[in-house]
Design a binder for this molecule. Structure first.
Ligand code: GLN
Length: 488
């Protein structure tokens, strides 16, 4: 292992700025680490060495000419394989797009390129971001670097695993119902799902458009703030992109010392069935905030238990519409044998999509079909409004909510694949945040007796990223979790 492995993006940026290190040094360290650990982790769908080194060389040249583009110039960032990068594979870990190469950059990709970041590989996921373990990947699952018999979480499992394994300092994922926070918790890293509309979805392969948001993975809160600042901002190519001044995340982290918060503890998140070690770790964090002089407020979010049923109406409904474009005609997989045009659609979709994607399309089509629309889709939309109101009431009493991220630590491969419902229930603490469009952050808060990371979640009001990052940074500074790495 090189001494650059596990350096943070902030540390690497400082070393680059001082001239102590070149971007090519960093890129080589990342590529070597990936070569050594990918056989056991499998975080990447593709990692184009020549492309990585060409970007690093270009960054070094800019620095030499005194034209560095900012703190991320020369720093490696990995992208989930649903975020378009021009002339790179864009597969969504689906056979449907196995040979697809993106003709353009996503908005976030353009922003990162404009800041000189070195785009380092395409991260594996559950097919079309549907899942909680990467076991639904159309290629092969990624492994949890802390215990390769366990899943890294999902759907952004590859993006979490590569950061946890020290292959890259930071990465981007997407979160529709927990897909950044859940794998962050399973892999012992920080993951942030921003307020809906703060990060453009242009060039993000759509799963459920009213829920999807791109966000950062990092090994420290500060690094996640650095990356978040780099990707937020209005984009007129995404009609849901907000015209607001984005929160100043890094500044919030740097000015967090001594700030006191009102910490809300929702009773519905500390339930029977919650893993006792997670319960203890999160309770310990609540006590820690109390000891710092924060006010602890018990709050109630009565609609919590409705999150999973509402999500599994709305997300599949949107997915069924979004995925109708994969018809074998325009792009993506096309069946070789078919009788007529309709059969071409059938065969191409039957061959290209995996079982979970098909399940979602069927569920969503059913929920939207005439006669069922009012009973399911419309009702779910109404409950979604109630969920949002619950959060509004809670945030009248506190600055952020502190909860577990997941009901259990990382589970073993195969443990939940036979029972989709038990897989869906893994997201009970994260889904509501997407339904309400709020920011959420997962942060390491302990290790289980079997050595697996435990995560806690901070949920904020809309645009509350600064508060979440400041509070998370305070906790991180006072604990040693951030210093622990898997022994790969
Ligand atoms: N696990 C959830 C699902 O399968 C959430 C996925 C996500 O956030 N992309 O839908």
């Amino acid at each position: 292992m090189s001494d650059l492995t596990f350096k943070t993006a902030t540390e690497l940026s400082t070393l680059l700025a001082s001239g102590a290190l070149s971007s090519v040094d960093i890129a080589n360290a990342c590529l070597d680490r990936a070569e050594a650990t990918e056989p056991s982790v499998a975080a990447f769908n593709s990692l184009d060495k020549a492309h990585v080194l060409a970007q690093a060389n270009a960054s070094d040249k800019r620095r030499k000419d005194g034209k560095a583009l900012g703190p991320l110039d020369g720093v490696p960032v990995a992208l989930k394989d649903v975020i378009a990068e021009k002339n790179q594979p864009l597969t969504a870990s689906s056979k449907m797009l196995a040979n697809f190469v993106s003709p353009y950059d996503a908005h976030v990709t353009g922003l990162l390129k404009g800041q000189g970041a070195v785009l380092t590989g395409r991260c594996n996921l559950d097919e079309f971001a549907m899942g909680s373990s990467t076991e639904n990947s159309g290629f092969a699952p990624s492994k949890n670097p802390w215990d390769t018999a366990c899943v890294p979480g999902g759907s952004s499992g590859g993006s979490a695993a590569c950061v946890a394994a020290g292959q890259v300092p930071i990465s981007l994922g997407s979160d529709t119902g927990g897909s950044i926070r859940q794998p962050a918790a399973f892999c012992g890293v920080v993951g942030v799902k921003p307020t809906y509309g703060l990060v453009s979805r242009y060039g993000l392969i759509a799963f459920a458009s009213s829920l999807d948001q791109i966000g950062p993975f990092a090994r420290t809160v500060e690094d996640s703030a650095l990356l978040l600042d780099a990707i937020m901002g209005h984009d007129n190519r995404d009609s849901t992109s907000l015209k607001v001044e984005p929160p100043k995340c890094l500044e919030a982290v740097k000015t967090s010392a001594g700030k006191k918060f009102r910490v809300g503890v929702p009773k519905e998140y500390f339930i029977d069935g919650l893993d006792p070690e997670i319960m203890t770790a999160v309770r310990g964090a609540i006590d820690w905030y109390a000891a710092q002089g924060c006010e602890i407020v018990e709050v109630s979010l009565p609609t919590t238990e409705l999150a999973v049923p509402v999500y599994y109406i709305l997300a599949p409904a949107e997915a069924s519409s979004n995925l109708s474009r994969y018809d074998g005609i325009r792009y993506g997989h096309r069946a070789k044998e078919f009788k007529d045009a309709i059969d071409l659609y059938f065969q191409s979709r039957a061959e290209g999509f995996g079982p979970e994607v098909k399940r979602r399309i069927i569920l969503g089509t059913y929920a939207l079909s005439s006669g069922y629309y009012d009973a399911f889709y419309l009702k779910a939309q109404k409950v979604r409004t109630l969920i949002r109101k619950d959060f509004e009431n809670a945030f009248a009493q506190c600055d952020f909510l502190l909860t577990p991220t997941t009901p259990s630590p990382a589970f073993k491969f195969g443990e939940k694949t036979e029972d989709p419902l038990s897989m869906y229930l893994n997201d009970i603490f994260t889904i509501n945040v997407n339904l309400a469009g709020l920011p959420g952050l997962s942060l390491p808060c302990g290790l289980s007796s079997s050595g697996l990371p435990l995560g806690m979640q901070l949920i904020g009001p809309a645009f509350g990223e600064g508060t979440l990052l400041a509070a998370a940074h305070q906790y991180e500074q006072a604990h040693d979790w951030v210093k622990l790495h898997p022994s790969l």
